[in-house]
Design a protein around this ligand. Structure first.
Ligand SMILES: [Mn+2]
Length: 357
């Protein structure tokens, strides 16, 4: 079943006569349109795609079957186009994407669509996006491969006195050369005590001998992201840090081996946390274990000890335990996996040994 029909089934279950898609990513997922300005009004009978003259030709090329394209000249005409469908299909309750509409867009919508009930919905399309089809998996695998290859090249650039920003720039450059459409998110390079900030963006700090460096990065392939974190050392790394690295790696492996379709989303986080606890490190693991990965670098489902729901085959998620020691250092190891019925497939290589440069 195609994505439009899957969404129509959801609307039926939710008793929504229509659904307005305004989020760029959801619109792209449902229709194939890669442009930046358009809205989709979907009902059981119609799929109206409203855009302006900049995108009409592009929409004709990109849209899947079943969409009717309407070109408008001013933003007011959006509402007239919506109203036509609303009247034609007798829409009484219209779902909107509450997470993506601004308050002012919502106000204008209410003012223009006086007669109908507007229902604030969250995650209707996002839930469909949780499980990936084969084509999507190919893109994510490619994005992982690009990120890994680029990272292995960048490792040669990490030397005493090199700034974190230089490492980030080199990594981003290498990913671009290998075909990445951009960065999945701003690259994190956090060395020494900056590593204790889980999301320490690359700064102008110079990297010194004896420091661990947390590098979190991702490539983009056909709109799909990868998300990897590597911790590497420079010079001589003491035994305690090496021990901690080993524990984080083992915690990650335990989490990975617990993932399978049908298992609760809370299980791998608990496995990792318990193992860190046994080693006296769990209070330094200050975030959830991971998250869904796709068109957004963070998408449904979240993977944490308090998250409800189960793993489904086709989900792509990150597994990223980390420990953070304020004033000293941080360690995080992140890999991406695809869930299947027997377990999960690790994308790219795991990082068993601490790489020391
Ligand atoms: Mn991540």
């Amino acid at each position: 079943m195609n994505r439009v029909n899957k969404l129509r089934e959801v609307l039926m279950k939710k008793k929504l006569d229509g659904f307005l898609i305004t989020s760029t990513i959801n619109r792209n997922y449902i229709s194939g349109f890669t442009g930046s300005t358009a809205a989709i009004m979907l009902t059981q009978k119609n799929a109206l795609f409203v855009t302006d003259s900049r995108y009409t030709e592009q929409a004709k090329k990109e849209l899947g079957r079943g969409f009717e394209i309407k070109e408008i000249k001013s933003s007011k005409e959006y509402y007239q186009a919506f109203l036509e469908v609303i009247n034609k299909d007798n829409v009484k309750t219209l779902g909107v994407e509450a997470k993506h509409l601004t308050i002012s867009q919502y106000e204008v919508l209410k003012k223009n669509l006086l007669k109908i009930k507007i229902s604030l919905e969250s995650s209707l399309v996002e839930n469909l996006r949780e499980t990936k089809d084969e084509d999507e998996v190919i893109c994510i695998k490619k994005a992982v491969e690009i990120a890994e290859t680029a990272f292995n090249k960048t490792l040669k650039k990490i030397k005493p006195g090199v700034r974190e920003t230089e490492v980030a720039a080199d990594l981003e450059y290498n990913m671009r050369l290998l075909g990445s459409e951009g960065q999945a998110f701003p690259t994190i390079v956090a060395s020494g005590e900056r590593g204790a900030m889980p999301h320490g963006l690359a700064s102008t700090k110079k990297i010194n001998r004896g420091e661990l460096i947390v590098i979190d990065f991702g490539a983009v392939c056909k709109g799909y992201c990868s998300d990897l974190t590597r911790t590497v050392g420079l010079g001589i790394i003491n035994g305690l840090k090496r021990k901690q690295y080993k524990v984080v790696y083992e915690a990650q492996q335990m989490a990975v081996s617990s993932i399978r379709s049908g298992v609760s989303l809370s299980v791998p986080d608990k496995k990792a946390r318990n193992y860190l606890k046994k080693n006296g490190m769990e209070k330094h693991f200050t975030h959830g274990l991971g998250h869904g990965l796709g068109r957004n670098v963070h998408e449904n489902p979240s993977i944490g000890s308090k998250i409800k729901g189960i793993f489904k085959a086709g989900m792509v998620v990150t597994v990223e335990p980390g420990v953070y020691y304020a004033g000293s250092h941080g360690i995080r190891i992140e890999n991406d996996v695809i869930v299947n019925d027997k377990g999960c497939e690790l994308l790219g290589a795991d990082q068993r040994r601490l790489v020391v440069l």
